[in-house]
Design a protein around this ligand. Structure first.
Ligand SMILES: [Zn+2]
Length: 92
């Protein structure tokens, strides 16, 4: 009889989870517009653009990037080390 009780509890728990999930999804839909406001948070500082390090492909905020002019083009690196490696590996 114990197994039946456990089964019943598991089923009701599953049913509860299913309802909860559907409720959360219905809540999430209007929140989709709210989620957009969370996006600028990914940027370190307001108006701080993310730039990609061509050496290690990592994204860094422009204000913290190491700036190097390579062949008339400005490149941004996550570190002095990456800048050096990149310039060293450039075909010249
Ligand atoms: Zn790097």
């Amino acid at each position: 009889m114990r197994i039946l009780l456990i089964l019943f509890l598991a089923l009701s728990f599953w049913f509860f989870l299913d309802r909860l999930l559907k409720y959360l999804i219905s809540l999430g839909q209007p929140a989709g517009t709210r989620g957009v406001s969370g996006k600028p948070r990914a940027r370190a500082v307001e108006g701080d653009d993310m730039v990609q390090d061509p050496q290690c492909k990592v994204y860094i905020p422009l204000s913290r990037a190491v700036e190097r002019k390579v062949g008339g083009e400005t490149h941004y690196f996550c570190s002095e080390d990456c800048a050096r490696k990149y310039i060293k590996n450039l075909p010249s």
